[in-house]
Ligand binder design. Structure first.
Ligand code: PMP
Length: 400
């Protein structure tokens, strides 16, 4: 768990050392992850599960070892509960179009929250268009905390499913998902948790949460892009119809009838992102070795320091002030549009994100068109935060 493990942090932008505060969009990868991808392509490149030859066996072993590493990280009862996906987006779409689609009829209800990422809104809207189901929304208060007390009334006899983000990518809020799942389960409503932003910051234990589904994006947790995990309870995965048809997901095909493969292969049609999966496994091992508690503690120190320093900046408003947050800070600066701010900071080498962060309804809640967002990872430093604040002050002076 060292900053020097991440080679991309050494690059220069506009001749200035990069200060990378866009970790919520995508984190950097440690050298071990980059090496694992390189080694796969240069030493063990072969297709998985299909070949009788040695290289295919080695590739399959590495691919399946990655599933085991992710199972350890998530405390999954078995690696068989984990499906490789392209990321959280595909995980949500998969659950919407298989598990939930086979359960809902016109007039049934699906609940999401006001702070969801678009990838946990739009798949449900698509499903509602296809089935006549209705999307309902659990609101949050002005601090960016879900109004859990409203949930019991929001759930009705028509509610078939609930999908909730574990950690908000725009507000930083850590939601009490265990409590939400308990309330939903008491009414027989299964729950999917979007874990994109939780994985790089906090301990995730799918058995303790008792979630029905949990989605992971590799690139947020120091792994490769275009790879992720969908965890599901085995009784659901076994009962669900497949998502994509093709090779790998079958055990027997005739023109009359196809028998599907066992879980998880049933949901992994086609040649998978083998290098991505292997890299993800190494990223999981990296987190396991570093200790998520240590990562969380460092993140927390950065969050506390950055919040204190930002609040000293004239005209700065933090958007998302929940009690329980990860190191993601959205803000606005009076007199400076977030996009202009992002462009100026880039000239100082500081990478932040500006806009709606794919959470338009959450940003709309605060009556602002956009925010600037600084998101930290454990490899960031207080010195970088100081430099970021100095650059912010220069931007403010420029506009005033
Ligand atoms: N949910 C949240 C909370 C996210 O932050 C993101 C990525 N910004 C996603 C879902 C989607 O992840 P991906 O694009 O990797 O599928």
């Amino acid at each position: 768990m060292n900053r020097t493990d991440f080679p991309c942090l050494d690059v220069k932008v506009h001749n200035k050392p990069l200060v990378y505060f866009d970790n919520a969009a995508t984190a950097q990868r440690p050298q071990v992850v980059i090496d694992a991808i390189n080694n796969y392509y240069s030493k063990t490149n072969a297709n998985v599960h299909r070949g009788v030859h040695s290289l295919s066996g080695e590739a399959t072993d590495l691919f399946e070892a990655a599933r085991i590493s992710m199972a350890k990280l998530l405390n999954s009862p078995s690696e068989k509960n984990l499906i490789f996906t392209r990321g959280c987006t595909e995980g949500v779409n998969l659950v919407a179009q298989t598990f939930v689609r086979s359960r809902v009829q016109a007039g049934d209800e699906i609940i999401v929250t006001e702070m969801e990422h678009h990838s946990n809104i739009v798949p449900w809207q698509l499903l509602c268009e296809q089935t006549g189901a209705i999307l309902k929304v659990l609101p949050f208060n002005d601090n960016g905390e879900l109004q859990i007390e409203l949930l019991n009334d929001l759930i009705t006899d028509k509610t078939q499913f609930m999908a909730v983000v574990h950690v908000s990518n725009s507000l930083g809020t850590i939601n009490p998902v265990k409590q939400i799942i308990k309330i939903a389960h008491a009414r027989d409503v299964p729950v999917l948790i979007d874990g994109a932003q939780a994985m790089p910051h906090i301990k995730v234990d799918v058995q303790d949460l008792d979630c029905d589904f949990y989605t992971v994006s590799g690139h947020k947790m120091y792994g490769p892009t275009g790879i992720g995990i969908l965890y599901g309870k085995m009784e659901h995965l076994e009962a669900m119809p497949p998502y994509h048809g093709g090779g790998e997901m079958i055990s027997h095909v005739t023109f009359e009838k196809t028998v599907y493969n066992a879980v998880p292969a049933k949901f992994e049609a086609g040649t998978p992102n083998i290098a991505g999966a292997i890299g993800l496994g190494v990223a999981a091992d990296y987190i396991l070795k570093a200790g998520i508690e240590n990562i969380h503690q460092t993140d927390n120190e950065l969050l506390k320091y950055a919040t204190e320093q930002l609040l000293k900046v004239d005209g700065l408003r933090i958007i998302g002030t929940a009690q329980n947050k990860v190191s993601v800070i959205s803000f606005t600066l009076k007199g400076v549009h977030p996009h202009d701010l992002g462009t100026i900071l880039d000239h100082y080498g500081v990478a932040i994100r500006t806009g709606h962060h794919c959470t338009m309804p959450a940003i709309k809640h605060f009556n602002v068109p956009a925010t600037a967002r600084a998101s930290f990872a454990f490899y960031n430093t207080k010195a970088e935060i100081d430099y970021f604040i100095e650059s912010l002050e220069k931007a403010r002076e420029m506009f005033n």
